[in-house]
Design a protein around this ligand. Structure first.
Ligand code: 5GP
Length: 194
């Protein structure tokens, strides 16, 4: 997605060979116009999949997920990282190792929001080693629902998450695919669409 790649080039900060900071439009301050375009692009790429719900993980997945859900006209659910007093029983849970925080977190979704009839679109902001997406897939599986696809805003294609997810036969769509962050520069994978 050209507008996203352009934004990454102008606003992204390469923190190291493996970490990109995008806090001016995605991870802290958010750009609503770009988020709207991101939602439209996800909806277009998964239009044929009869999505019934969008599932993401708090907090940075929420904005792209709600925009995709708005376009697809379906509910959006975000997995919570902390247990709250109002979220205790009837939970589907999974353990996720965070690439950026370097710690394991238990994520949970209330059972009542996912059914066997659901076709779920999983959305996240970044794809690195695939831990967050695999944790969400695990929750979808526990519900007996169908994982209809995975939409990622920024995939770091030099890490193995994309391969792990695609080898399961799931449609994975990344709106920007980064080939390298070496020498402080962002290089995109050539085949990135639009
Ligand atoms: P994974 O679970 O695929 O290993 O990592 C994806 C998760 O880690 C995303 O939900 C995102 O929050 C975070 N993450 C991974 N790599 C980056 C990065 O380069 N920059 C930022 N801002 N977040 C990242």
């Amino acid at each position: 997605m050209k507008a996203l790649e352009q934004k990454i080039l102008t606003d992204g900060i390469v923190l190291s060979d493996t970490i990109l900071k995008v806090d001016t439009f995605l991870n802290h301050q958010m750009d609503p116009l770009l988020m709207k375009q991101i939602g439209e692009e996800f909806a277009a790429r998964f239009q044929h999949k009869e999505i019934t719900k969008v599932l993401t993980i708090e907090s940075s997945g929420i904005a792209p997920a709600i925009m995709a859900a708005l376009q697809l006209e379906v509910p959006m659910i975000f997995a919570r990282k902390r247990k709250s007093l109002t979220l205790q029983d009837g939970l589907l849970t999974s353990n996720v190792y965070s690439f950026t925080k370097q710690e394991e977190t238990e994520i949970s979704v209330a059972k009542k929001f996912l059914t066997e009839d659901d076709h779920i679109l999983i959305i996240d902001d970044f794809l690195a080693n695939g831990q967050a997406a695999l944790g969400l897939l695990h929750i979808v599986e526990q519900a007996g629902a169908t994982a209809a696809g995975i939409g990622i805003v920024i995939e770091k294609a030099f890490q193995d998450g994309g391969e792990r997810l695609r080898e399961r036969g799931i449609q994975v769509e990344s709106l920007a695919r980064i080939e390298s962050l070496q020498d402080g520069k962002v290089q995109f994978v050539k085949e990135t669409r639009r």
